[in-house]
Design a protein around this ligand. Sequence first.
Ligand code: ZN
Length: 134
Amino acid sequence: MSESVQQSLQMRARAYRQLLSGSESLLEGDRLYWTEKALLSLLRELSRRRLQQLAAAWPEPGPTEEAPAALRESMIEAMAEAALGGHELSQWEPVDNGYQAGCFLCGMTSWLGPDGLRYSVLEDECPGKADDEG
Ligand SMILES: [Zn+2]
């Protein structure tokens, strides 16, 4: 396996571990609105499944790097908000200075700094595709 592929899998696994532990820790709270609970449960299951897939593709354990809690929370928050607005956010991809995720429908991008600072440019409601096909 080439080094760049390995690195990208590693980043991906790390992102899903963050999503998993983030959703788990948020689900422990009991002040969640039911939509948040539903989203977080979904997120937890998806992360678990994705991590299993990644583990199968790449059995070696990556270095355990804990993201700051602020970053984890920001990712979850951004995903939850995007979903509530009808956006379909892609997974978080590591970029030069943080992480970014784009909406499959409208193409807008949400960006997080490495410290969890949010620079989201998503509309409150997803405007969707310009022409309404598919
Ligand atoms: Zn959108």
